[in-house]
Design a protein around this ligand. Structure first.
Ligand code: CP
Length: 319
């Protein structure tokens, strides 16, 4: 008999930071989603507390507005037992002219374990990660990436549809300025979904085909037989100039309503990362239709995903 014992291959997250989904394998994504599953039920209980981050410190550093991402990172950190500080950029020394790097090095000197950063410039979280000793999590950088949004979208889809592989997913709206679209396209492609983007030519990135998505300018053709439809708001804060003739015309051609949705599969679900601009990217009644819309499920999954991300990154921290 062989003296060798079978060794079970254990998965470990191969990075110190979460800066984007580009570097995540199918195996990495599956492990994060599986870990998040375990948090969902606990978050529905009266006692939501864990101690795995006891003694750890998380700093939320948001240079752009946020409701969902900032609050869910705060909840995730607190439920895992960490101390969480929300740095108010608007009332900080950033307003006196302190640079991102100086701010990062100042925070680093206080020995945090995690910095969660949202910034209007693409690449800012990467830059910050080069200057600090702790884990950096990208909470959205310019029009580049929003990795935890893509993970929570994948978890929402997997729970609602039972799988991701082989699903046809259409992302509709302002793709050009959307970090959510970029991260979702990459992550869902990695998981084996078939991606489509639907947008007017002015809001379609020139390199859209390189992202691995089929491009449609006619929403009815783009929605045909889709399993999942994701709507995106117009990112006016990133627009230099005019990209649409008017909101009314944009909603007429690209706003999702029941008539346009009828081209998708009968059981197609609707996602939107929020904030939802009713009557712009989606009809108000449809956004509230719990037979089709899973927008609030996405919010719930957001906390669980952020707990899972903090847990895996905590294994890479100094013990
Ligand atoms: N989806 C998302 O990033 O929402 P917030 O801007 O409210 O964080």
């Amino acid at each position: 008999m062989s003296t060798k014992t079978a060794t079970k291959k254990t998965w470990t997250y191969p990075h110190r930071h979460l800066l984007g989904v580009e570097s995540l394998s199918k195996d990495d994504i599956t492990h994060i989603l599986d870990l998040a599953e375990g948090y969902i039920e606990k978050n529905r209980q009266i006692d939501k507390k864990h101690v795995i981050l006891k003694g750890r410190t998380l700093i939320n550093l948001f240079y752009e507005n946020s409701t969902r991402t900032r609050m869910s990172f705060e909840l995730a950190g607190k439920r895992l037992g960490a101390d969480v500080i929300n740095m108010s950029v608007a009332t900080s020394s950033v307003k006196k002219g302190e640079t991102l790097i100086d701010t990062a090095m100042t925070i680093n000197a206080m020995h945090p374990d995690f910095i969660v950063v949202r910034h209007p410039e693409s690449g800012a979280p990467y830059l910050l990660s080069q200057k600090v000793n702790c884990s950096v999590i990208n909470a959205g950088d310019g029009s580049h990436e929003h990795p935890t949004q893509a993970l929570l979208d994948a978890l929402t889809i997997r729970r609602k549809k039972g799988r991701i592989e082989g699903l046809v997913v259409a992302i509709c709206g302002d793709i050009l300025h959307s970090r959510v679209a970029r991260s979702d396209i990459m992550l869902l492609n990695t998981m084996g979904a078939k991606l489509r983007i639907i947008a007017p030519p002015t809001l379609t990135p020139a390199d859209a085909h390189l992202l691995g998505a089929e491009v449609f300018h006619d929403i009815r053709k783009g929605l045909k037989d889709c399993d999942v439809v994701m709507t995106l708001r117009l990112q006016t804060e990133r627009m230099l100039g005019t990209f649409i003739p008017s909101i009314r015309e944009y909603f007429h051609f690209y706003g999702l309503d029941y008539e346009k949705l009828s081209y998708a599969k009968k059981d197609a679900i609707i996602l939107d990362p929020g904030p939802v601009l009713r009557g712009v990217q989606i009809d108000s009644d449809l956004a509230d239709d719990i037979q089709r819309s899973v927008i609030l499920d996405q919010v719930e999954m957001g906390v669980a995903i952020r707990q899972a991300v903090l847990e895996i990154l905590s294994h890479t921290l100094q013990q």
